[in-house]
Write a protein that binds this ligand. Sequence first.
Ligand code: URA
Length: 215
Amino acid sequence: MSRIIPEFEALRAQAEGCFACRLAHTRTNVVFGVGSVEAELMFVGEAPGQNEDLQGEPFVGAAGQLLTRLLGEIGLRRDEVYIANVLKCRPPGNRDPRPEEIDACKGYLREQIRMIHPRVVVTLGNFATKLLLKTEVGITRLRGQPHRWWLGATLIPTFHPAAALRGGPKVVDAMRQDFALVRQVLDQPAGPPGTQHEEHPGPVAGDAQQMELFG
Ligand code: URA
């Protein structure tokens, strides 16, 4: 058993009993995350939708099916990666997350990333990208550019799969290119601790190493 599992399960239990924001009163389930705690690749989406709220698992609806398909195209299954969201509870009617909800919830995501310690973090859409890169720049400009990030990880922003479903084949193809970049980064040998993947297949867009993540 991985030595982080007890700590990770304690965090899950804490999230499952969380009443730090108003979403606790409207959720069916807390959607903590799914996958391997030893994953080298972690995805961060926005917030659970209706299906996710009902099933307690992220990305199980139509957007999730696209995510699973794109993952398969780079030779990975869902149980080999970790999938989480910025918010662990569904905003009613799928409205946008509110700043106070993100503030109340972001500590769970930070701890998930710290414990899993993935080599690559993929942010899906604007909310995750803006939070994790501390930027106001939109996803259309940022997607597909690797950032050297916290804990030596490489962060790669891409479109949200729901946006790709709305946007059609061109947006899906852009995501496919970004997933190919993820594959390239994962295929590079991992360096010794502290020097993880200093080499990138493409330009490193910005050095987002931060003392205080999610500020
Ligand atoms: N959209 C998200 O951002 N996350 C989910 O889990 C489902 C849809």
